[in-house]
Write a protein that binds this ligand. Structure first.
Ligand SMILES: O=P([O-])(O)O[C@H]1O[C@H](COP(=O)(O)O)[C@@H](O)[C@H](O)[C@H]1O
Ligand SMILES: [Mg+2]
Length: 576
């Protein structure tokens, strides 16, 4: 295969530029032995996706290495200097991944050499704590070196603006424009500003923990139910730094850590993927929860912004709760809890993403709380808060992909607060003689039973990205007329920013930025969404079906019906 001329030029730049001997040797080796890998490493530059820059670690413009981190930081520094006057400050953190500390120190040195004041965490911390720190220390920007829940060969760069939110347009595009102007490592200021770096730690931890304590709605019940039996696993990530402490401060005394996964380790030795969405990543925790006959299991991802939970079902069998169910439970607890406590105000709003359960829209409306829908990515939830404040007040936000954000002081998804509040919610349920699972069923009975499921198909590399684009094009050009026997009645195309009523042909606009997402709404109320992931080489299909549930006695039967419906949709779409 002959290599595209643009790729050849980029490779030549790296071979002839001021790159270290190790990098040059690695490129030459790939050139000789694996030219296809060389293409993958250089065919594009890393871009800001749903959650910052993310890539496999290695040499090349499409990889995470000290050069791409250094250039991204130089570009970010340039843009911060154009955007703000006076002293500029940034906060930096990192997770437990291999090279995360090195990348964070590299970024710290580059910012500092550009005359920017840097607050660098002394060691690993959760991503949400960094979001908090930006506001707390009044910084103009920030970075976390993490690839979140991605496989171990990845790393990444989550970049933040002065409100503690990840970059959205135009800032992300503008930073990339600055990065693209940099053609050689010689244009990066690598060192020379060490005096501008301040190491931070305990004081900020304390402020963050105190902030999280203010979120509690029923602190007295947590104390009363202090012996709620909790099993927690940080899956070798940053959660260990804050989660046990916040649980203690909420008053919980029976917290059992999964010891085999307690030590931060970038090889994530006990799991295939460090992602609580994967059942396998939760299996050691489940084993411990079963042995201890615990009330709840919680697991956080490496940068502690997403949380997965497991509880016992009606028959005492342990089940993994999906992200939609956790979000529904938590939103419901917060909305109803605030109402009961007299904290609810006109102008309160919640926010979720367009691929997250519509059950939340239903109960928010019935409780007079506005529910907004945004594109996938917490950066869009944070963006909405910015656009609505101060007229409307953000209460909580969340998404199917195992994340929530409570209150407006932390502007990114936060598993530390989520763990605390989920345990509080379990404590409140227990004080009423209920389990969390029973609580979920009560929500279904009151507002409607929505069942969701997700299929992700991995397609790696340049070819994979093309295949995913082709699949999306196929659905767009030839949308199905019916799925699983039910006609498609509405077609949402977020790329075209329009909703089409299939029967009448009427078209309505979608007031969101353009995004490659399609949704088919069926006559029976089911909804199927398709979109390429913005963080991993995957295409994602989301399925949502719903019906009414009269009583807990019908739960098993109705669940089986809804599951059969989802399976019917999946097989009709030939996705399995
Ligand atoms: O990876 P994290 O935990 O930072 O999470 C990031 O990616 C998730 C998956 O995105 P996608 O479906 O595009 O892969 C998003 O849902 C989330 O809002 C975003 O913050
Ligand atoms: Mg994460």
């Amino acid at each position: 295969m002959t290599m595209d001329i643009n790729i050849q030029n980029k490779v030549a730049q790296w071979l002839n530029g001021n790159y270290d001997a190790e990098t040059v040797a690695a490129i030459k080796k790939m050139e000789a032995e694996h030219p296809d890998e060389l293409t993958e490493a250089f065919y594009r530059n890393l871009e800001f996706g749903t959650g910052g820059l993310r890539g496999v670690m290695g040499v090349g413009t499409n990889r995470m290495n000290k050069y791409t981190v250094g250039m991204a930081t130089q570009g970010f520094a340039n843009y911060l200097k154009q955007s703000f006057e006076g002293e500029i400050k940034v906060a930096l953190a990192h997770d437990s991944r291999n090279n995360s500390r090195f990348f964070a120190e590299t970024a710290a040195n580059v910012f500092a050499a550009n005359g920017i004041k840097v607050y660098l965490f002394e060691s690993l911390r959760p991503t949400p704590e960094l979001s908090f720190t930006i506001r707390h220390l009044q910084c103009q920007g920030g970075v976390v070196c993490t690839a979140s829940h991605n496989p171990r060969e990845y790393n990444g760069y989550k970049a933040y603006w002065n409100d503690g939110a990840q970059l959205v347009p135009p800032h992300d595009k503008n930073v990339i424009r600055e990065v693209e102007k940099i053609t050689s490592p010689d244009e990066v200021k690598w060192t020379g500003g060490e005096a501008n770096i301040t190491i931070i730690g305990k004081d900020v931890d304390e402020a963050y923990l105190q902030e999280l304590q203010t979120l509690s709605i029923n602190p007295e019940i947590c104390k009363q139910q202090h012996d709620l039996k909790i099993v927690y696993t940080p899956i070798h990530g940053t959660g260990i730094t804050m989660v046990p402490e916040i649980l203690k401060r909420y008053g919980f005394t029976n917290v059992n850590i999964v010891e085999e996964q307690a030590t931060p380790d970038g090889n994530f030795p006990t799991v295939v993927y460090p992602n609580p969405e994967e059942a396998e990543a939760m299996s050691l925790g489940l084993k411990k929860a079963q042995e201890l006959d615990a009330d709840i299991l919680l697991g956080t991802d490496p940068d502690a912004d997403r949380v997965g939970i497991a509880v016992k079902d009606l028959h005492g069998k342990w089940i993994l709760v999906n992200g939609n169910q956790t979000a529904a439970l938590l939103f419901n607890y917060i909305i109803e809890g605030r109402k009961e406590k007299g904290l609810a105000q006109p102008g309160d709003f919640v926010c979720k993403t367009v691929v997250t359960s519509d059950l939340i829209d239903v109960f928010a409306a019935q409780n007079n709380v506005t529910c907004y829908n945004v594109l996938t990515g917490f950066k869009w939830i944070a963006d909405l808060i910015r656009r609505k404040e101060p007229a409307e007040k953000f209460i909580c936000g969340g998404e199917e992909s195992y994340g929530t954000m409570i209150g407006d002081r932390i502007r990114d998804k936060d598993a530390v607060s989520a763990v605390a509040m989920i345990c509080e919610m379990a404590a409140v349920a227990r004080s009423k003689g209920k389990t969390l699972f029973e609580q979920l069923i009560s929500i279904y009975i009151k507002y409607g039973y929505y069942l969701e499921s997700l299929i992700s198909i991995t397609k790696k590399g340049m070819r994979g990205a093309e295949e995913i684009a082709e699949m999306m094009r196929g659905y767009r050009e030839n949308p199905p007329a019916a799925i699983n026997g039910s006609p498609v009645v509405m077609l949402y195309d977020y790329q075209l920013q329009q909703i089409k009523d299939i029967k009448t042909g009427e078209i309505k606009p979608i007031d969101l930025p353009k995004s490659n997402v399609l949704q088919f709404v069926l006559a029976d109320g089911s909804k199927i969404s398709a979109r390429p992931s913005g963080t991993e080489p995957k295409i994602k299909f989301y399925f949502s079906v719903n019906t009414t549930l009269q009583s807990v006695d019908d739960y098993d039967k109705v669940t089986a019906e809804l599951e059969a419906k989802i399976n019917g949709i999946i097989s009709d779409m030939q996705l399995k």
